[in-house]
Write a protein that binds this ligand. Structure first.
Ligand code: ATP
Ligand code: ZN
Length: 302
């Protein structure tokens, strides 16, 4: 790979992604999307019979549920909320004029009851909570969502809008932990088949501020989060392409999800960064999918 041309520019030059002028916001080509959908189908061949239901979420979630998630406490720097024009005719005239003059026109924009979804599993928990206590089997949901994080970057693996495919287990502490350990193994099996160099390591979320640093340390000490990392962008350290999280009963308590015996449910999720996995495949196997190794092509295209 030509070290002089960044991976991002190579992706643009090859027509795999298209530049929008905003870092982290790209149009995807048909080829890129095909790789993602084939990867999702491949992922489903692992433990498909364990899934109790599937859901796909829109990229926004209810503001009230977003508040309940605690996201603004932990990651205010990454959040995005949807605002809309709420003025009168006069305000509208002013707005148009400001745009024409290149001035700030957003002062009449007011927060709506929609927040951009920061993590694919958040919209699931309130839906489960409304159903009442879980059965002894708990819940095992396959889901997908576009997510937003305000972290503009020239690293193509750090987008502002990207998709997570997740499997979420909700039930007893044992069910949640067993699930996470199983997927840690499966994630590595999947990467072996896709011939991507990888490692699994303890990780922490990017909690905000000084208090946040302590939370990150505590999360690591308790081994609540693991990431499967793959070198994607040659100039950066390996990138988290999958994460394996155990939330204990934090979400069960926050959203009031109950186990069959009435105690707060424990939750775990495995998240696949779909764009990151596609980028890892292009990075390691080349820009032409026709020339990818036989085993990789077979796993994805059959
Ligand atoms: P990182 O440490 O790289 O910021 P993260 O720990 O914040 O990632 P999670 O919150 O665990 O990531 O999100 C689940 C998965 O979503 C990650 O494993 C990754 O594959 C993907 N992901 C996270 N942030 C981004 C992003 N900005 N662009 C593309 N994919 C992302
Ligand atoms: Zn999750």
């Amino acid at each position: 790979m030509d070290a002089q041309v960044s991976f991002l520019d190579q992706l643009f030059n090859q027509g795999i992604l298209h530049d929008s002028g905003v870092d982290g916001l790209y149009a995807r080509s048909g080829v890129f999307e095909d790789v993602i959908s084939k990867f999702e189908a491949f992922a489903l061949t692992f433990g498909q019979d364990e899934i109790s239901e599937a859901m796909v979420f829109p990229p926004g979630m209810p503001m009230t549920d977003f508040e309940t998630s605690g996201y603004m406490k932990n990651f205010p720097q990454l959040a995005g909320t949807v605002h809309a024009f709420c003025g009168n005719d006069h305000d509208h005239m002013g707005l148009i004029q400001c745009i024409a003059e290149g001035k700030d026109w957003t002062d009449k924009q007011k927060a709506t009851d929609v927040a951009l979804t920061p993590a694919a599993c958040y919209p699931l928990y309130p839906i489960l909570a409304k159903r009442g206590p879980l059965t002894a089997d708990g819940a095992y949901v396959a889901l997908q969502s576009y997510c937003f994080r305000h972290e503009p970057s020239r690293d193509p693996a750090r987008m502002q809008m990207f998709r997570q495919r997740e499997y979420v287990r909700v039930g007893s502490p044992e069910q949640a932990m067993d699930f996470r350990e199983t997927w840690k193994q499966r994630g590595q099996e999947m990467m072996k088949i896709l011939q991507l160099p990888h490692e699994v390591e303890v990780a922490n979320d990017p909690f905000f501020g000084r208090a946040g640093r302590m939370m990150g340390v505590s999360q690591r000490e308790q081994e609540l989060k693991f990431e499967l990392v793959v070198p994607v962008n040659s100039t950066a350290k390996p990138t988290a392409c999958m994460s394996f999280n155990y939330h204990m009963d934090n979400f069960g308590k926050a959203w009031n999800i109950k186990q069959a015996d009435g105690s707060p449910a424990h939750t775990a999720c495995v998240g696949f960064g779909l764009e990151r996995i596609a980028l890892a495949l292009f990075r390691h196997h080349g820009f032409d999918v026709e020339t990818w190794p036989e085993g990789v092509r077979k796993a994805l295209w059959g």
